[in-house]
Design a protein around this ligand. Structure first.
Ligand SMILES: [Zn+2]
Length: 113
């Protein structure tokens, strides 16, 4: 039985060969929830590390699944993943959640700077 989680693969043509584990917006949102919990418990068990964040400009993530830095740029509130050249990958999902969290006043993730 094949699972049909992915609604459409049309956008996949934009994604480079070495796919990140975070290939959908939803997976990025899920990863953000894991990241939030890991941050509070210091478990470090996340696919994503937030390396840098500048509000309304960009966020630099490290994606362990592809061992690469990923830059997501916030343009007029609509993030674009520079690394995947996509606005619907998991990094964008993560970036949207991160910004929402920041806007709510949770800025603890900046403490490592
Ligand atoms: Zn991406």
């Amino acid at each position: 039985m094949e699972r049909k989680d992915k609604k459409t693969l049309a956008w996949k043509s934009q994604i480079p060969e070495e796919d990140s584990a975070l290939s959908t917006l939803d997976s990025g949102t899920m990863e953000f929830m894991k990241w939030l919990i890991a941050k509070d418990t210091n478990s470090g068990d996340t696919l994503i590390i937030v390396k840098d964040y500048l509000d309304d400009k960009y966020v630099i993530l490290f994606d362990k699944s592809i061992s690469k830095d990923v830059i997501v740029s916030y343009r007029d509130g609509m993030p674009l993943c520079i690394t995947c050249d996509a606005d619907d990958c998991g990094h964008v999902g993560f970036a949207i959640s991160l910004k929402q969290n920041y806007d709510r006043g949770d800025r603890n993730f900046l403490q490592n700077h």
